[in-house]
Design a protein around this ligand. Structure first.
Ligand SMILES: [Zn+2]
Length: 177
């Protein structure tokens, strides 16, 4: 591509092909305008949009200034919790799919390989505190169905079972207390 020259259809300047905008619809992969003209186009678009938005806002305030204030505050209030909840929902839905489950397993195996020392420490810490992470690992290792591995209530139940088992052990084996 080096050394190839092209004429910009907008400003008429002859420039190196590297100074032209990318356009994958074209066979050459380059558009008909140079990068400088492309930037100019972007600036003009932003400027005209800004004016339009300004005008729109002005008319809106003119009609119902108070309502706009209330609506805006309401939107801000609703924005964050809703998007956070939706993100969580779509993630947990994804994790229940075959693809999501495969991703978990793949990430887990990669992590094991890359962090052998951390793995041992995490396991020890997780085993002490019975963290969700640790219980999930146990369930995955014991081939529980994915619905249960991702079920918070089931994890809680499993945690209670482990606690109970440990407690029983300490009651029978006094030297472990
Ligand atoms: Zn140009």
């Amino acid at each position: 591509m080096e050394g190839v020259v092209k004429t910009c259809s907008k400003c008429g300047a002859e420039k190196s092909i590297n100074e032209f905008e990318t356009d994958n619809r074209q066979k050459s992969g380059k558009g008909s305008n140079c990068l400088e003209c492309k930037r100019e186009r972007g600036r003009a678009y932003a400027a005209s949009n800004k004016e339009r938005m300004k005008e729109y806002k002005r008319l809106y305030r003119l009609n119902s200034e108070n309502r706009e204030k209330i609506n805006k505050a309401e939107r801000e209030r609703l924005k964050k919790p809703v998007s956070a909840r939706k993100r969580k929902e779509s993630r947990s839905k994804y994790l229940q799919t075959e693809k999501g489950m495969a991703t978990i397993v793949r990430n887990r195996l990669n992590w094991y390989e890359n962090n052998p020392q951390k793995r041992i420490r995490y396991y020890r810490l997780g085993s002490q505190s019975l963290s969700d992470w640790y219980i999930r690992q146990l369930l995955l290792n014991q081939d529980y169905p994915k619905e249960l591995v991702n079920n918070e209530d089931f994890i809680e139940v499993k945690r209670l079972i482990i606690k109970t088992k440990r407690l029983c052990k300490t009651l029978v084996n006094c030297e472990q207390v």
